[in-house]
Unconditional design. Structure first.
Length: 263
């Protein structure tokens, strides 16, 4: 003969699997990475005691102002991210939760990921140099450029590298600085033809730029909405799609601010 359980006992018994599942979920590592604003580096200055941009074969200009390449800091590919980390990050403006595969190549070891990021950075540096020298034309044909940015990996500093080369060699084309003496930050990949591509973590990068004093942020046009989500009202967001467009925007900013597009 079966004994009928009281309603409270039945509910408690049914709840046990749910409680167990929640406990497992809370303790189990999840396939996410947590990102936050990282350091910024003035590409017209130094990194680890060495010039970020070294140029030979042509005279370079003394520059004022800053061109800040921005980064994000993400938890490592082997880090254990739990439900509590995800929930905490959701309620913070200076944190972002992203699928791990969106940050790191799926299935690769830590060493393979590091090599992948270094290779991407090297390719980005080569493309940035080629794009900048092509923009400057025949006068730059004998120029040699060496770029270095410490242990930062990935291609997202490409646009800022190109702008730094242009500023050091030609400035605004009229004897002034491309920056107009301002602290300007930005992000974006670049190819050898000068086309600017989208990157990840833009909202975090805008926060890093604001923290380090930038007043203008160059953002790939496709990511304007992400940048606007975290940018303070005091920061001007300038959408760019090409190196030429970025240079034009910067040189026009001093002459006629109203002619420069904003996100």
């Amino acid at each position: 003969m079966l004994n009928r359980l009281s309603r409270p006992k039945a509910l408690a018994l049914c709840a046990l699997p749910v409680i167990a599942l929640l406990a497992i979920t809370a303790l189990a590592p999840l396939p996410f990475s947590v990102a936050q604003p990282g350091p910024t580096t003035n590409v017209l200055g130094t990194s680890d005691g060495k010039p970020v941009i070294e140029i030979s074969g042509a005279d370079t200009r003394d520059t004022s102002g800053k061109l800040r390449a921005v980064t994000i800091l993400a938890t490592g590919p082997d880090a254990s991210i739990h439900l509590s980390d995800v929930i905490d990050s959701w309620f913070r403006d200076d944190r972002a939760v992203m699928p791990r595969d969106a940050v790191y190549p799926a299935g690769d070891s830590t060493k393979e990921i590091e090599k992948h990021n270094q290779d991407e950075m090297k390719g980005s540096q080569d493309a940035a140099t080629e794009a900048a020298l092509a923009y400057l034309g025949d006068a730059s044909k004998d120029v040699k450029v060496t770029l270095q940015l410490g242990d930062v990996g990935g291609p997202s500093a490409g646009l800022l590298f190109s702008l730094g080369i242009v500023d050091m060699l030609d400035g605004d084309g009229s004897g002034g600085d491309l920056t107009g003496g301002k602290s300007i930050a930005g992000t974006g990949t670049i190819d050898a033809n000068g086309k600017v591509g989208a990157v990840g973590g833009v909202s975090m990068k805008v926060q890093a730029a604001d923290r380090d004093g930038a007043t203008v942020f160059l953002v790939p046009k496709a990511e304007c909405s992400d940048a606007k989500a975290s940018a303070p009202k005091s920061m001007r967001l300038v959408p760019v799609t090409t190196l030429k467009g970025a240079v034009t925007a910067l040189t026009s900013m001093e002459k006629d601010s109203g002619s420069v597009p904003s996100c």
